[in-house]
Write a protein that binds this ligand. Sequence first.
Ligand code: ATP
Length: 406
Amino acid sequence: MDRVAGGVNGGQLAVFNSMRRRATGEGIPVYLVGGPVRDAVLNVPTRDLDFVLIGDAPALAADVADELGGQATVHPRFGTATVEVEGHRMDVVTARKESYPSPGSLPEVSASNLDDDLARRDFSINAMALPLSGDSPEVIDPHGGLDALAGKSVGTLHPSSFADDPTRMLRAVRYEQRLGFQITTDALSEMQQAINGGHADAVSGDRWRQEFQKIFEEDRAAEMLLRGIELGALAAIHPVLTDGKGLTRLAGEGDLGPNDFLVALAGSLSAVVGDGFARRLNLPTDWAQVVRDTIALREKQSAISGRSVMPSAVCAALDGLNPDAIAASVRFTDDPQVAARLRRYLDEWRLVSPALTGDDLLVMGVPSGPMVGEALRELTSAKLDGLVSGEEGERTLVHQIILRGS
Ligand code: ATP
C-alpha cells in the first residue's frame, strides 16, 4: 500500500486516499487492480491507477470527483467511469464477468464479483487485486501472478486466451519487452494456435490500432514490434508486416513518435499495399497520409539524388508531401546526400518565397490570370537556386518574364 501511495502524487494520490477512506471507513469493496498492483510488487513506477468496485462504479466515481473537485465521466450501461482530478485520469469499473461468443468477437459482459473480474484479464501478472481497506492488506492473487512476477514471465490465464481476444498478442509483447520478461512457452504455443486459427481477422481495425498506439507510446516500442514480427503476430494482423529492417534502425533510439513507427512498418510497401495497411488499421487521416506520402517520397527519391540537383528541383519533387512524412523518412534514407537535401528542404527551402507579391507583379504589368502564379513560381525557383537575390533582382527577372510573354 505504501509503495502505491509513494509512487503517485497530485490527483492520483488524492483519488487513491479518497478510495482508501471509503474502503476502510464505509466498508466499500473497492480494489486496486491490474497494472498498479503489478508495478507496486515490482517496485517500479506505475502510470495509471485502475480501481474495481463490487457495486456501482459510476456512482462511486461521481462521489469521489465531487469530493475532490474533479470530473467524472460515467458510462452507466457499461458500469465504467473515469475520474479526472488535477489532470490525472483514473478508471473505476464495476467488477464484471466476460464471455466470448466467438473467437475475436467483443465479449458479453455482466456485473459480477472480484474472482470473475480477475479471471477475465489477459495475463496472470495483471490479474491481481489489492483491497483498499485496512493498513496492510494482502494482494489477492488467484492466478499465480506473484510467482509469474518472481519468474519474470508473461503467461495467460487459460489456453484459449489469445483466440478469445487476439489483441492480447500485442499486449504480451508489450509487457514482455517493457518489463524485461519472457512470454512462457505455453503462451507462445497458444499464441501460435490463435494465429493459425486466423482469429486475428475477426478483430476490428480500431482495436488493433489502439494496441499499436499503446506500443508507440512505450520506450521500447521498436523492440516490441520486432518481437511481434518474430512471433508472426504482426503478419496475422496484416500479411505484409513481416519486415523488421526499418524497425531495427529505431531500436535503442530515443524520442520517437508514431510517425517513425509508421514509416518503419509501411515505408517500404507499394502504394496499393500501403493503402491496404492503412485501411486494415483504420488509420486516422493524418497517419494514413504519413504512410501514403512516405511511399510517394520513396518513389520520388531518384529525382532528388545525384550530384547536381538544384534546390528548386528538390522543391518541385517534394512540395505537397506531408512534412511529417519527410521528417520521419530521413532516418531511413541510405544516401547521405539525399538525406541532407531532405533536411534542407524541411528547414529552409520549403519556406522560401519571393519578396514581391502577386499585387506587385500586377502593378509591374504582369497580366492578371495564370501568368501571375507562374511568374511567382519562377521567382521562387530562381531565388532558391541563387539566380536572383533581393527585391531589385526579382524586379529585373519580372521585366524579363513580361518581355518574354508579350
Ligand atoms: P498497465 O498494465 O501498465 O496499466 P496499460 O495502461 O497499457 O498498462 P491497459 O491497456 O489500460 O493497460 O489495461 C489495464 C488493465 O486492463 C490490464 O492490466 C489488464 O488487466 C486489463 N486488460 C486490458 N486489456 C485487456 C484485454 N484485451 N484482455 C484482458 N484484460 C485486459
